[in-house]
Design a protein. Structure first.
Length: 467
């Protein structure tokens, strides 16, 4: 591209013909925006699932553009415009602006083995956001034409998201699906999505302002250029390996490097889904250090399912005035220290208030056996009082065909959690091992974690009282 630049020197005017490589200008601008996005990502919590994946993708795109700049004239404008960096930057901004983000670029199963990618999982798993950067005119064309070349229009993509959300309920409620249009969206497409139950964010453009003719006949060549611009939506979602995509582009396949079917939304690099149907009273210190009991305030359930660990935590001497000891067993000493910092009864009683307590007969039998064997007099008495408050029901092994026994998965635990699931109750537990193992078998449980507590009254005789 040539630019005529006038430069005045004294009383004369010098006209310069300057050659400007617009591809280089665009690439430098994208690189600068990408590096700023990386800086902002570094300020976010490292505990957000998938954040490192997003960071690596941005870094890979920056590396690709820098490599193109080193080749000089070989870098073309379409290399830059078809880069994923714009989409990734928009995704970075969405992550920064959303509340309580717990996952980025997370996969969820749909239709058997297929997996759908959710750009941002927020509000403790209860909100799914899809970030859409594509030209609003191209999106509208796909919508009015019912798709093209195997590419689904967004209204059909929305159906996939809604079905998937129903399959991955958080505390027995489907996550709210949100489509964020970074470049805008036509009014008719936005209204169609909202009619389906999708929340739409982004600038709304009146259809007539898009200057789209009536497409009542076969596609003309006039719209092919528009529709081929980075020709498919969600290109970054369908690339499972950034390096292979970069290699494709470097081999001159820039028009096809990201062209995957958007209906799949698949990634093959990760196989474990994240369980968002859980709240916790713990942070990362020793894996069991309590956080505020206010974490439970927004869990929508009127039934609480108690497992053996939660019943023991409720009746132990440690939680009932016996925390001022140094025990021979270091683990018991640690529990006493946690109790002094954050009394577990205050947390559990606050959560139990106004809710029906349930448990299965199998859990009660095992709980009684433990208390009778190693519990002290006070713990035995409190156990009897607690059981009077609980509605005891037959156990239901609803996960028998889905969760296989072995390792952390025992039949009793499977029955206890299955009973809670069948009653649409939140299971209160410190058994993270079972929840994690079940999650690896694609069973997501509605649970509320608490710190572990052991029965300690019988051990106080050999413990050292704190002065």
């Amino acid at each position: 591209m040539s630019l005529l630049i006038k430069r005045r020197t004294g009383n004369s005017c010098l006209i310069l013909n300057v050659y400007v490589n617009m591809a280089e200008v665009l690439a430098l601008k994208k690189i600068d925006e990408g590096e700023k996005a990386l800086t902002q990502l570094s300020k976010l919590s490292a505990e957000i699932q998938g954040l490192s994946k997003l960071r690596k993708r941005v870094e890979a795109e920056i590396k690709y553009l820098k490599k193109g700049l080193q080749r000089g004239g070989q870098l073309k404008e379409n290399h830059v415009t078809c880069s994923n960096l714009g989409q990734l930057i928009a995704l970075c901004e969405a992550v920064q602006n959303e509340a309580e983000v717990c996952g980025v670029l997370q996969m969820f199963t749909i239709h058997g083995s297929d997996k759908l990618v959710v750009d941002v999982v927020a509000q403790k798993g209860k909100k799914w956001s899809k970030v859409i950067m594509r030209n609003p005119k191209a999106l509208h064309l796909l919508y009015v034409m019912g798709g093209r070349d195997g590419v689904k229009p967004l209204d059909e993509v929305a159906d996939d998201f809604l079905v998937c959300a129903e399959l991955h309920a958080v505390f027995y409620a489907a996550p709210k699906v949100n489509f964020l249009f970074a470049s805008g969206v036509s009014e008719s497409l936005a209204e169609c999505l909202e009619d389906k139950g999708i929340n739409v964010e982004g600038r709304r453009i009146p259809d007539q302002e898009l200057n789209i003719p009536d497409y009542s006949v076969d596609d003309s060549s006039d719209d092919s250029d528009e529709d081929s611009e980075c020709s498919q939506e969600y290109c970054e979602d369908s690339v499972s390996n950034n390096q292979s995509a970069m290699d494709n582009r470097n081999n001159g396949l820039e028009n096809n490097a990201y062209n995957q079917n958007i209906s799949n939304h698949l990634e093959n690099s990760v196989n474990v889904e994240i369980n968002y149907s859980s709240h916790s009273l713990m942070n990362n210190q020793n894996n069991f250090n309590s956080s505020s009991e206010t974490n439970n305030a927004d869990i929508p359930s009127s039934k609480i399912n108690l497992d053996v660990t939660s019943m023991i935590a409720y009746v132990t001497s440690t939680a009932n005035g016996g925390a001022n000891f140094v025990f021979v067993d270091k683990f018991l000493t640690d529990q006493a220290e946690w109790e002094r910092k954050n009394p577990i009864l205050k947390v559990l009683d606050g959560y139990f208030e106004g809710k029906e307590l349930i448990t299965c007969q199998e859990a009660v039998d095992h709980f009684k056996e433990i208390v009778e064997t190693i519990g002290g007099p006070g713990e035995k008495d409190r156990a009897q009082q607690l059981l009077k408050r609980i509605n005891i029901i037959p156990g239901q092994d609803v996960f028998k065909d889905k969760v296989k026994l072995g390792g952390r998965v025992r039949e009793l635990s499977r029955i206890i959690f299955g009973t809670g699931h069948s009653q649409r109750a939140i299971t209160v537990t410190s058994n993270q091992g079972f929840v994690r193992s079940a999650g690896h078998q694609n069973v997501k449980l509605a649970v509320y974690f608490h710190e572990p507590r052991a029965l300690t009254e019988a051990k106080e005789g050999t413990a050292t009282p704190l002065t």
